[in-house]
Design a protein around this ligand. Structure first.
Ligand code: BV8
Length: 259
């Protein structure tokens, strides 16, 4: 089945040539989409896991053992994200354009804890691994905005508990967020696109198989290089996200895709 729409110069939908309501699109992103904005990836040769061990900074056990070390790890990444030089790149902006112009639903599911998708204009967004600019209180459970360094001296903005805050991210061994909503979207989507992820971390790495299981999704990988699960994708394009993603979005808006 071919899905094709034509978009008038005004960006409005000029004439729908789709044979049924426009299919939904699910887009999974990973650290690679933010690399050209100046943020580090994890498993590239110069990535974060080349310098620190997951077991020391990204598990609940690590936080229980040495909360100050874990706070320092995320404080450094939060400061990097808040640097004026770090801004959304052309790939983030292309996904926001796709959401605005596509007549069906577009859902971005990001493994990233940065806010670059929001700052580029994406609205329909799930941070399945949490957000570094939020704090979660272990005393009252509140999740609050947090843009400064966090430590054992930090106070919960909701309940005033001292030293009971953790960064609002999903560590290894913890359940990612909004999984039911994600699986429901994967089951019914017509297009699943994976961008800037090495396909090492589950359950995100298994999403392409979930999308294929629904039977109707066309699956696409856009990455710098083939990921662990590259052979599971029906279509693959490699290169920097800031080049490959805008080109793909313009093609989809112009001529749809061959499922
Ligand atoms: C869970 C924290 C269950 C925040 C992160 C099978 C099923 C389920 C679980 C497992 C399973 N097998 C193993 C597990 C356990 C584990 C896991 O997957 N381990 C791996 C290492 C084997 N999974 C979990 O623990 C998950 N939890 O399953 O819970 C459960 C059940 C019941 C009850 C309770 C729990 C939790 C996983 C989340 C962990 N937290 N981060 C933070 O600090 O950021 S994961 C971490 O990896 C980040 O979130 C990151 O986003 C994620 C994935 O990494 P990528 O984004 O892919 O980044 P990477 O560097 O690897 O790759 C970058 C890619 O970009 C590369 O391919 C590169 O080529 C490309 N690239 C580079 N530059 C560019 C580019 N592409 C385009 N343009 C460029 N310029």
């Amino acid at each position: 089945m071919i899905y094709c729409i034509t978009i008038g110069g005004s960006g409005m939908l000029a004439s729908a040539m789709v044979r049924r309501t426009a299919p939904s699109i699910v887009i999974l992103t990973g650290a690679g989409i933010s690399k050209e904005s100046g943020l580090e990836t994890f498993r590239d040769p110069d990535g974060i896991w080349s310098r620190v061990r997951i077991e020391d900074v990204a598990t609940p056990e690590a936080f229980a053992r040495d909360p100050a070390l874990v706070h320092d790890f995320y404080n450094a990444r939060r400061r990097a994200l808040l640097s004026p030089a770090v801004r959304p790149n052309a790939a983030h902006r292309a996904l926001a354009r796709l959401e605005a112009a596509w007549p069906g639903e577009v859902l971005v599911v990001t493994q990233n804890i940065d806010d670059l998708h929001e700052r580029a204009g994406t609205r329909n967004l799930i941070h399945m691994h949490g957000e570094i600019l939020k704090a979660r209180c272990l005393a009252c459970g509140a999740v609050s905005p947090w843009r400064t360094d966090m430590s054992l001296a930090s106070v919960c903005p909701e309940c005033d508990a001292l030293g009971r805050l953790r960064v609002h991210v999903v560590w290894f061994g913890e359940m990612p967020l909004e999984m039911e909503r994600i699986f429901a979207a994967l089951e019914t989507c017509g297009l699943f696109v994976s961008i800037g992820t090495s396909g090492n971390v589950y359950p995100a790495a298994g999403f392409v198989e979930e999308a294929r299981r629904g039977g109707r999704a066309h699956t696409v990988e856009l990455n710098l290089e083939p990921s662990q699960g590259h052979s599971l994708f029906a279509e693959r394009h490699y290169g920097p996200a800031s080049r490959v993603v805008p080109a793909f979005v313009e093609r989809i808006l112009r001529q749809g895709w061959q499922a």
